[in-house]
Design a protein around this ligand. Structure first.
Ligand SMILES: [Zn+2]
Length: 146
């Protein structure tokens, strides 16, 4: 399995080549590109880069329910690179800036994950019952009325 940074770099260079996301496009409003991290945990973390009027927004998808087929994810924004900042650099500098921001978004999100003491799977905070237990394994779950 390739490192997350290598995965991200490959995805990003294709995206810049195809969609030119490193440049502002007056016709484009709120265009979102999704990046899925492979090999980190059971339910693969999803990150996004959104091109809007301000610049490029970076963030991740948050699923409240462990079963991802049920709800729509909520988008959590973490970083913004403004167009002014981005377009002042060369093509290589732009690509590097975008990659570094994406990778740091992924790193800080990964740090939020904890392994459940019962099922040994990794979960983000919104899917945990407490620091050590996921929602699936939470003791109160068997008594919960649905
Ligand atoms: Zn568990």
């Amino acid at each position: 399995m390739k490192s997350t940074k290598a995965q991200a770099a490959r995805w990003l260079s294709r995206l810049i080549h195809k969609e030119k996301i490193d440049m502002k496009d007056e016709k484009i409003h709120d265009e979102t590109f999704l990046f899925t991290v492979e090999g980190f945990c059971e339910q693969k973390p999803v990150f996004f880069i959104c091109r809007d009027e301000e610049g490029l927004q970076f963030g991740y998808h948050s699923f409240k329910e462990i079963d991802p087929s049920r709800p729509a994810p909520s988008k959590v924004k973490r970083h913004l690179i403004e167009w002014e900042m981005l377009e002042s650099g060369s093509r290589e500098e732009r690509q590097e800036k975008i990659l570094n921001t994406l990778v740091s978004t992924i790193r800080s999100r990964k740090k939020q994950y904890r392994t459940c003491q019962y099922c040994s799977l990794k979960f983000p905070p919104e899917q945990r019952f407490n620091q050590k237990t996921c929602q699936n394994c939470a003791p109160s779950r068997s008594h919960a009325v649905h």
